[in-house]
Design a protein around this ligand. Structure first.
Ligand SMILES: [Mg+2]
Length: 258
């Protein structure tokens, strides 16, 4: 559902990270962080992403630590398999839907086996690790984590190269959630752990009806990793990238400070 215009102030706002708040794998630029800090003065803000907590912490989370409303900032890493808040001077893990070590090994074997059956994925030139173990999520990227941005951005624009792998893995690992990740990845979490989980969780935590919350993301196509939030009933808007997110943040700040 498209949010009615002019913008009303929602009671909480979710932002996807990669290609929404920031270019893929990069931190949000200072002007974006400044806008998030201003919005946080008025409503709870959540960042919900396939990225790891470690990456966000290294890249930008410390810039929020002195904010007077820091307790209203919610971080949902690894497709909301975890949630963090900052309290009493530390980032506190509110929940962790970790995958057991045995299950992680089972998933990795499943990925290797599936990849070996797909000609298009055999011997893809790759840069760095292809399988990334984040504890609560296993990510697989055929081009490798250190692939140059241009390669990542262009490798699987419409998701079609990953679709065969996605359906093979869904058959192979029915007890897990197999998700289309950002630009080149497939993310695997525990069953029913995806961004919709985080949206529902925050609604309960804050006692705010889901329909009064707002979600901003870039990936709402059939295979996009933000699409799963639509059935929750959250108000949502798709953006083409960080420039558009910045404009939405300006609208939100104006609406919420009115
Ligand atoms: Mg994204």
């Amino acid at each position: 559902m498209w949010y009615s215009s002019p913008m009303q102030c929602p009671r909480a706002v979710f932002f996807d990270l990669d290609d929404t708040l920031a270019e893929s794998f990069h931190p949000p630029v200072p002007e974006m962080l400044e806008r998030l800090r201003r919005l946080l003065e008025h409503v709870p803000v959540a960042i919900i992403t396939g990225a790891s907590f470690q990456r966000m912490h290294e890249q930008f989370l410390t810039s929020f630590e002195t904010h007077p409303n820091i307790s209203q900032l919610y971080i949902f890493p690894t497709s909301s398999a975890q949630a963090y808040i900052y309290a009493a001077g530390i980032w506190e893990l509110l929940y962790d839907l970790a995958i057991t070590e045995a299950d992680r090994e089972h998933i990795k074997k499943g990925i290797a086996d599936a990849v070996s059956r797909i000609d298009a994925l055999k011997d893809v030139p790759h840069f760095g690790e292809q399988i990334i173990d984040k504890g609560s999520q296993i990510a697989y990227t055929p081009v490798g984590v250190e692939a140059p941005k241009e390669l990542k951005d262009s490798w699987d624009l419409d998701g079609s190269k990953r679709l065969t792998l996605l359906s093979l893995l869904k058959d192979k690992l029915p007890e897990f959630e197999v998700l289309m990740g950002g630009v080149t990845t497939i993310d695997i979490t525990r069953k029913n752990v995806n961004k919709a989980y985080g949206v529902r969780w925050l609604s309960e935590r804050l006692s705010i009806p889901i329909g009064e919350m707002f979600y901003v993301g870039d990936a709402f196509s059939e295979t996009g990793n933000d699409t799963v939030v639509i059935p929750t009933g959250v108000e949502w808007r798709a953006v083409s990238g960080p420039a558009e997110t910045k404009r939405i943040l300006d609208e939100l700040i104006a609406a919420c400070s009115a």
